[in-house]
Write a protein that binds this ligand. Sequence first.
Ligand SMILES: Nc1ncnc2c1ncn2[C@@H]1O[C@H](COP(=O)(O)OP(=O)(O)OP(=O)(O)O)[C@@H](O)[C@H]1O
Length: 267
Amino acid sequence: MRLEGVRKRYGRGPEVLAGVDLDVVPGVPAVVLGANGAGKSTLLRIAAGCSVPTSGRVRDRPRRVGHLPADLPVPERTPVRTWLAHLAAIRGSGRDGAEATALLERLGFTGGPDTPMGRLSTGNARKVGLAQALCGSPALLVLDEPWSGLDDSAAAALDAVLAGVAVPLLVADHSGRAGGLAGAARWSLSAGRLAPGPAPEAPRTVVVLRCPGDLAAVVARLPPSARCSGEGPVLTVRVPVAGGDALLAAALGAGCSVLSVRRPGTP
Ligand SMILES: Nc1ncnc2c1ncn2[C@@H]1O[C@H](COP(=O)(O)OP(=O)(O)OP(=O)(O)O)[C@@H](O)[C@H]1O
């Protein structure tokens, strides 16, 4: 799918999108970042075909789009299983919603299949939204803040689900988790335009030190890559993983004692 020169203005308001070009192709998840109000949801709604651009166009959008909007309108009184079965029937992915139910289980849904949609917790409602987007073999996935509201284990389960996605994927993300999608291309949306986004920050080792005397004097003796914050005699230092040993040597040389070392991936 390709967005070409997409512009969007709501009524007489300011232009929210001011000429967006974007290719969304399999194997390169397109991750859109941006401040609140930057226009990410607007862009995703246009990409999904739920909103029309004021000018510009969307080419090669497949017929089957799995869309998780920022605010999914749900029938408040309809039980989860009934709603998912209804959506599955519309999409031709079976009449019983079994595929969506299996996805819900994978995401650790605890809301109960007979619970009315309007009574679900935020996280469980998000899981239903994800299940409806992912089921029915969509040929394009457009997900607006898919990790929002998920607990750690559900977020990890979603990581695993998305790692297996072979279709083009467009994601808006505040959580930072989309940076972990293999091959992801990050884009920043600002002033209505997309620019290549910041590279994901490399994981850092966190070292907590107890330092004698003047903290500023200690910091001056640490490697330049060290990011320091401190209070009283305790100094917390974040360094790139490869710089951990050099930091420890410099810290010990400055007379500090090491209170803890946490490497990325350890609790
Ligand atoms: N239906 C609408 N009618 C009028 N203005 C709208 C509409 N939808 C969004 N806007 C405006 O467009 C701008 C962009 O909103 P949008 O929701 O796309 O941003 P966003 O980047 O997704 O924000 P957030 O991170 O807070 O979710 C905002 O100024 C918003 O008020």
